[in-house]
Design a protein around this ligand. Sequence first.
Ligand SMILES: [Zn+2]
Length: 338
Amino acid sequence: MKHIKKWLLIGLVSVSTLLLTGGAFAATRTSVAGVPISTYCSVYAKDVATKSVAINLIIKIKDDPTLKESLMRQYGTFVSLGKIYCQGEFAPEMYEIVVSKPPVITTTTSPTNSTSNIDISNNTPIINTQQGVFSGDEDYFTGYDETPLASLNSQQRETINQRITKAKNEFVEIVNELIQDGWLKAEDRNEMAGKISFKFSNNCNQLDGKILVRQWYNQFNEPIENELINLYVTINLCFTYSYEANYETFLDRIIYHELGHYYNYFHDLDNSEFAKICRLDGQNICANSDFVSPYAKSEPDEDYAETFAYYVYDKKPVEGNKLQQKIDYFKIRDPRYQ
Ligand SMILES: [Zn+2]
């Protein structure tokens, strides 16, 4: 439990609530098993897209095999209820998954400080980080599954090739801009080398991106280092005028959003100051209008990435005290004003 990110916990809260009710749950238009239907269905939709809850259960079962039977039963209930109650309730937009690993440090050094500040330099993890080496813009990109492209005609294929080229150029430009503005560091190019990829979707309405980050902990269960596993953006196999006309905006929003997570996980590990603006005891205390997008409401890390994207990309003025506080969170960290 302690090695997972908060949003995975949300999924497990739903599952354990189900267990407590012994299956005799009450489902209304607004809640499933005592959990607000939007929360339940956002976790369910994420699990469908990324197997996030399932992966988390596998990690727990590995830690303690005696839990296997009860966790699998809970998971079965979680999925069956999702199938029944989440139809059309939540449209998947952008999903990420953060998978963490158990402690990897086996040496017995004592912690050099007990503050909550994470000082990576004082903890040398015994891990084999296969960091990429960046020497040119093409080095960011790794291969992708081209199977979905097989049925396209040659003109469509040409359009997709242009979109891929466009996506690569936009990624490079946005990373360069964020480095120039100080949000990212030049070394981040090595972290990203060989890990940026593309996926294809037939759904015209789906904006999709994913960042997979592995978190490393020391024996005191303090996060010491994050490792980028991969980051992808989806390119839609959609040939409508409106998709084509909006393609660059779609693309930029996804890239800024995913790099917002990257900034969070690599340069702003403790985002509790941000998270508490809209959360009290784990409950959302913000109104819909306090979020820059409906997706931002799904959980604090998504709110963080969406608000980051809004701050550095959309740059529009906002109304509302809570939303202004979230924008200010980035404003006071904006390296351009330091
Ligand atoms: Zn996200």
